[in-house]
Design a protein around this ligand. Structure first.
Ligand SMILES: Cc1cc2nc3c(=O)[nH]c(=O)nc-3n(C[C@H](O)[C@H](O)[C@H](O)COP(=O)(O)O)c2cc1C
Length: 196
C-alpha cells in the first residue's frame, strides 16, 4: 500500500480552471495552517499570507499581472498544460489568476536572502494540503507584478502590508470543475538524480 503523503505528492497537479463557488472556510483554515507550519530560514517565520476572496479585487490584480507578463507562447511541442492551459498556452486568458475564487499572496521581507525559499516551501505545504482536501491550486510566480500600478499600490496600502515586504508569489485555490478530468503529470525527465 502506498504511503499517504506520497499519494498526495503524486496526485497534486496545477489547476487553472475552477468552479465558481468559494472554497469551504474550514478547508481554507487547514491550508493556511499547513503554510504556517512550513519550515522557514532561521525559524524566522517572516512570510505574511494575505488571503483575498473579493472577486473584483482578485480579477483586477490578476489582469494587472497578466498585462505585465510576457509569457513565451506555447508551440505544438512546448507547452505548460493542455488540460489546464496557462497564460503561456492561451493568449486569450486575460487573468493571470484564472478567475480562482481564492488568491493568497505570500509576502516576505525585501532584504532577506531566503524570502523566495520561505514562500516556496510554505506554498508546497499548502498545495499538498489543498489536494488532500479536493481543492485545486496553482503556484503563480513573480507575485509583485500584480501590484505594479496605482490600483495595486492602493490595495497594498489597504491591506496594510509593511513597506519592508514584497509580494513573492500567489497561490490560487478553487474547486476543480466537474467536467474536467484530473490532469496527468508530464513524464519525468531522465538522469536528474545523481548517485555517488
Ligand atoms: C516557481 C513556480 C512558478 C510558477 N508560476 C506559474 C505562473 O505564473 N502561472 C501558471 O499558470 N503556473 C505557474 N506555475 C505552475 C507550473 O506551470 C506547474 O507546476 C508545471 O507546469 C507542472 O505542472 P504540475 O504542477 O501540474 O505538476 C509555477 C510553478 C512554479 C514552481
Amino acid at each position: 500500500m502506498m504511503n499517504e503523503v506520497m499519494k498526495t505528492i503524486l496526485h497534486r497537479r496545477s489547476f487553472r480552471r475552477f468552479e465558481d463557488r468559494q472554497i469551504e472556510e474550514s478547508a481554507l483554515q487547514e491550508i493556511l495552517q499547513a503554510g504556517l507550519y512550513a519550515p522557514s530560514a532561521g525559524g524566522r517565520q517572516s512570510v505574511i499570507f494575505a488571503v483575498c476572496q473579493d472577486r473584483e479585487v482578485n480579477e483586477r490584480l490578476g489582469k494587472i499581472k497578466r498585462a505585465n507578463s510576457h509569457p513565451r507562447m506555447a508551440t505544438a511541442t512546448s507547452y505548460v498544460s493542455k488540460e489546464q492551459p496557462s497564460i503561456a498556452d492561451d493568449p486569450k486568458l486575460l487573468n493571470a489568476f484564472y478567475d480562482a475564487p481564492t488568491v493568497i499572496t505570500l509576502f516576505a521581507p525585501k532584504n532577506f536572502l531566503f524570502s523566495v525559499d520561505d514562500c516556496a516551501v510554505a506554498a508546497e505545504n499548502m498545495m499538498l494540503m489543498a489536494d488532500s482536501l479536493g481543492i485545486g491550486s496553482c503556484y503563480i510566480g513573480q507575485g509583485w507584478m500584480a501590484f505594479a500600478d496605482s490600483y495595486g499600490q492602493d490595495v497594498l496600502r489597504q491591506w496594510e502590508i509593511p513597506v519592508t515586504h514584497y509580494a513573492v508569489m500567489q497561490l490560487i485555490l478553487g474547486y476543480p470543475r466537474e467536467e474536467d478530468r484530473h490532469p496527468s503529470a508530464k513524464p519525468r525527465k531522465e538522469r536528474r538524480v545523481l548517485r555517488f
